[in-house]
Design a protein around this ligand. Structure first.
Ligand code: ADP
Length: 264
């Protein structure tokens, strides 16, 4: 009777494992479908611009000024395509644990200043004021991959600009937490995210709507990059009020890894 009991238990366990696997397959198919529809849409938009302008310019008869405008659009849309492809490749590297970090000393304050310069023109277009406040009262040097961390902050600040109203402001605040970590907060007064969606925005492909374009991969990539740096990313938001994204990272300690480090 005891053997029978165990057998029944194992069958039950097997059934629930199979059930779980079936659900996982359905879930991953759904993710693939979302991926294909989101990416196809995003790729089509710049491609349409490039095709349209290249055909128009090939047909000839434009003055130099018009040609310059057309070439400018082709260049801009090509950059957008390259950005999308890089985002997809980064996501796939993170998924398969193949993301390599090049670790060095990173001055977070300087990194944020560079990030702000990179997005200045975009903010200017919407007359959004960008401000950096340093509350660390000391250094904000951490051990990490400067390019990857810049990618994280560019993504977060870019979102803040995308989802902010014209003539508003975005504050970046750096502070220390318990003398061993440093926190960067990106605070906006934009459209905000409702409670219903707040837990989902860091999920891959999730977008509240398609308002700002994009693939819905940015925050998923950023979160994973921050975690690879032994840090954490949190989002607080209120619909119609604004959003604060905080990234907390360990401050430099002497035993931190240097050189090239592969994801654990
Ligand atoms: P993408 O920007 O490509 O859509 P993200 O993963 O960066 O992808 O963001 C996912 C979604 O989270 C956005 O589409 C948007 O709906 C929401 N979101 C992100 N940042 C903000 C913000 N600062 N304010 C309001 N909504 C935001």
């Amino acid at each position: 009777a005891r053997i029978k009991g165990n057998y029944r238990y194992e069958l039950g366990e097997l059934a629930s494992t199979l059930n779980y696997m079936a659900e996982e397959i359905v879930r991953s198919n759904q993710i693939k479908d979302d991926f294909i529809s989101s990416i196809s849409h995003e790729l089509r938009t710049p491609l349409t611009g490039i095709k349209g302008w290249s055909e128009t310019l090939t047909s000839g008869g434009f003055d130099p000024e018009e040609t310059k405008i057309g070439m400018g659009i082709i260049a801009k849309e090509t950059d957008r395509l390259i950005g999308l492809v890089e985002e997809i490749l980064d996501f796939s590297k993170l998924q398969s644990n193949e993301m390599k970090l090049v670790i060095g000393e990173v001055n977070l304050k300087e990194l944020l200043q560079e990030t702000m310069l990179n997005v200045w023109a975009k903010a200017e277009q919407k007359q959004i004021q960008l401000k950096l406040e340093d509350k660390t009262e000391g250094s904000s040097i951490i051990s990490g991959d400067g390019n990857r961390l810049k990618q994280v902050f560019l993504n977060v600040v870019d979102n803040a600009i995308k989802f902010s109203h014209e003539q508003s402001w975005i504050h970046l605040v750096i502070s220390r937490v318990e003398n061993e970590r440093v926190r960067v907060e990106v605070i906006d007064t934009g459209i905000g995210i409702s409670e219903e969606y707040l837990n989902k925005v860091k999920d891959r492909f999730f977008q509240v709507n398609h308002q700002g374009g994009g693939t819905g991969l940015g925050l998923a990539i950023s979160q994973q990059l921050v975690e690879l740096h032994h840090g954490a990313m949190e989002i607080q938001s209120e619909l119609g009020v604004g959003t604060t994204v905080s990234v907390t990272l360990p401050l430099l300690n002497d035993s931190a890894p240097t050189g090239t480090q592969t994801q654990r």
